[in-house]
Ligand binder design. Sequence first.
Ligand code: SAH
Ligand code: SF4
Length: 376
Amino acid sequence: MTLHGGFSGSEAGTGDTGIKALGAQALADVLTELGEPRFRSTQILGWLYRRSAKGYAEMTDLPARLRSELARHLPLFFPKVVERQVSKDGTRKYLVRLIDGVLVETVGLPVGDRLTVCFSTQAGCAMGCRFCATGFSGFQRNLHPGEMVDQLNIVANDFDRRVTGAVAMGQGEPFANYQATLDALRLMNHAHGPQIGARHLTVSTCGILPAISRFAEEPEQFTLAVSLHSAVQSTRDALMPGVRSHALPRLRDALIGYAAQTGRRPSLEYALADGVNDSDAELDALVAFSRDMLVHVNLIPINPVAESNAVRASASRVATFARKLAAAGIEVSVRAERGADIAAACGQLRQRATSGGACTEQITPSAGHVSQSPGS
Ligand code: SAH
Ligand code: SF4
């Protein structure tokens, strides 16, 4: 019985990251290839993504020979939390080390009886948005599907609660890692995984047009958010150089097509920065862009990041934007800021450890428990 090297499981696919590189279908294919019965893949999925197995030895209901075969060819690694920070609003941010030492951040957002996870799809990001800490840190690598799902289980285990929703709004551009992100959403939605309803799984993209159309074709009812940040082409080009080639009228057409195809309302994310995208002309352009289409505008007071001199727009400008959009018949909301005191808010995620603040806990991996940092 041998596993040959042809399985990759995703576009990101490198066999070297082991079983977490495989989506549900790829895992089923590998097990079929090994002559295993059909139920084996759901059994393993349950161990990986419901029970957060740390090794094959835990999978006691699997034949020993299969466990050793899998361990040899598809290493199993559960990411390590190397730092954990708790915001005064209850938000928790985790710095997570992956199999190859790469670091990503994950955020858990408890609201009432809901628990949402903001997960990363890439380590770093190549899009270079001028207001985003991840964009400034550059791109390291794509994450594998299982590495995305593991982030949900890290949060669920820490809160000792079920995760009720997940948003691909951590580090990275999910549509630049399309197949792995889709595989991850399917695992999150899977009956033997965290079982999150498709409507509670959201992808946020900077607006890669072919991927928006492709996403509209997927059978599941996943939710789409698009980072707009300006409906004036020159402003958007300056803010978001990675999508300069995707012109605004084409983005609008893609969103109209998405809504027509799916019957679902996409969100537009608009982070307001003083003197950058909060003028009356910008507001008029945003109204013109958003009217007569099925869309929800989410206004976000921009979060400060060290590398950018963008300053948050005044509360009165945010209110004016909200009022004028509503008056034009456009659905709008202002996003409440979460976790800014631990740099866990949108756009503040990066790949390095903090120096240790009042709420920071350094995790000692060898001891396997949490120790408070000196500042706490
Ligand atoms: N790459 C994807 C998803 C990750 S970014 C995207 O760009 O949509 C998640 C969200 O944070 C996006 O809406 C992004 O535009 C927003 N964001 C980035 N930097 C921000 C900042 N400094 N303040 C507020 N929102 C920010
Ligand atoms: Fe990447 Fe999104 Fe940040 Fe832009 S806003 S750099 S696309 S993570």
